[in-house]
Design a protein around this ligand. Structure first.
Ligand code: UD1
Length: 345
């Protein structure tokens, strides 16, 4: 019998790619999503790729009785991957309470219910934002956690602490915390991808929307940083590579491969790329020009951060494989597909 995995936020960007990889690996998937930053058609995209339609509940993870019903109706859920969260850094500064409620209560609800339904483990979506501006690059998992610069960043830190304390207290489940660097790109089939609500805040969707003519011009936030070309440096990781790491993490927990009930991994490529380099690589690999201008720095931006992914490489046997060029082509193919389907919201 197939093992069942509950994926919260499973119609979202990273969630949907992970659902496909879980299905491909032989898991049965149940999705919970409130569709606050995604849409129902993502389920069709998932089905077109894997040939399997996941069970879907339109529900908010703040709804504890609702979660309980899902766990009751789908007996034997072995693991949870918890993506559902609000993730816009700027918005979180203006709506802190909504961010704390959304990003903290949802995790508490899940952890509360796991023992009752014998759910063995939870993979948690964290972020390199917990490191702030690291003192040493590339950043390893034992780098100090810096004070958060936004309520969003703070929710990730608090979530990690909640999990750590719960495991420390001996609650009967395991957890793997995955700290993502900057996920980009789309599934190579272009059936699923990133679908930001309104004006994109993240770089790559803004680049592809500018390239296709939805946006007039990309603003590059600052060219006076202490980096070789003056623009910020990030570690951009292919979303399918990232999704695959979740399957490995889930296997690891369910097969009891680790002695530790809590593990933390950086998921990045290990390569720092500047904003200007990314634009340049996009233009070269797609042959499409991106109009851009340099503007003021964006408040709260970190100058440079990239991962030391050796821990994940060694322990999980996972490494990012796709090149930046190929990944940007997948993002572009997805953008073109969206245009044809007039799928923009
Ligand atoms: C941020 C968060 C990260 C979070 C992610 C989710 C921090 C430090 N990082 O990533 O934790 O998971 O958002 O949304 O809080 N840029 C431009 N022009 C644009 C957009 C972006 O120049 O129009 C630049 C930014 O200044 C940055 C880089 O592109 O240097 C990447 O930005 P973005 O895609 O927004 O990701 P982060 O800010 O790194």
């Amino acid at each position: 019998m197939k093992k069942i995995i509950l994926v919260t936020g499973g119609t979202g960007y990273i969630g949907s790619h992970t659902v496909v990889e879980l299905q491909t690996a032989g898991y049965e998937v149940v999705i919970i999503d409130n569709l606050s930053n995604s849409n129902r058609e993502v389920i069709d995209g998932i089905e077109r790729i894997s040939g399997i339609r996941p069970v879907f509940y339109e529900m908010d993870c703040n709804d504890k009785p609702g979660l309980q019903k899902v766990l009751m109706e789908n007996k034997g859920i072995k693991g949870i991957i918890h993506f559902a969260a609000s993730k816009a850094v700027g918005e979180s500064v203006h709506k802190p309470l909504a961010y704390y409620r959304n990003n903290l209560v949802t995790l508490l609800n899940l952890l509360d219910l796991m023992p009752e339904y014998a759910v063995e483990g939870i993979v948690f979506s964290s972020s390199c934002t917990v490191y702030g501006q690291p003192d040493v690059l590339p950043v390893t998992e034992d780098a100090p956690i810096k004070p958060a610069l936004s309520p969003y960043g703070n929710t990730k830190q608090i979530n990690e602490e909640i999990i750590r304390d719960a495991i420390h207290a001996g609650l009967p489940f395991k957890s793997i915390i995955l700290r993502y660097f900057n996920p980009i790109g789309a599934h190579p089939s272009a059936e699923i991808g990133e679908l930001p609500n309104g004006v994109p805040q993240n770089l790559v969707p803004f680049v592809t929307q500018t390239a296709i003519g939805i946006r007039k011009e990309l603003s590059v936030f600052g060219d006076d940083y202490d980096t070789p070309d003056g623009s910020c440096i990030r570690d951009y990781i292919n979303v399918v590579d990232l999704a695959k790491a979740h399957v490995i993490a889930m296997n690891r927990m369910l097969e009891n491969k680790s002695k530790n009930n809590l593990e933390i991994f950086n998921l990045g490529t290990g390569r720092g790329i500047s904003v200007l380099e990314l634009i340049n690589t996009f233009e070269k690999s797609t042959g499409v020009k991106v109009l851009y201008k340099i503007v003021e720095r964006r408040e709260g931006d970190i100058e440079k951060v990239w991962a030391n992914p050796e821990h994940a490489n060694k322990v999980l046997g996972w490494a990012a494989k796709e090149t930046l060029e190929d990944t940007l082509i997948t993002a572009w193919n997805w953008q073109k597909k969206l245009k044809n389907r007039s799928f923009i919201r």
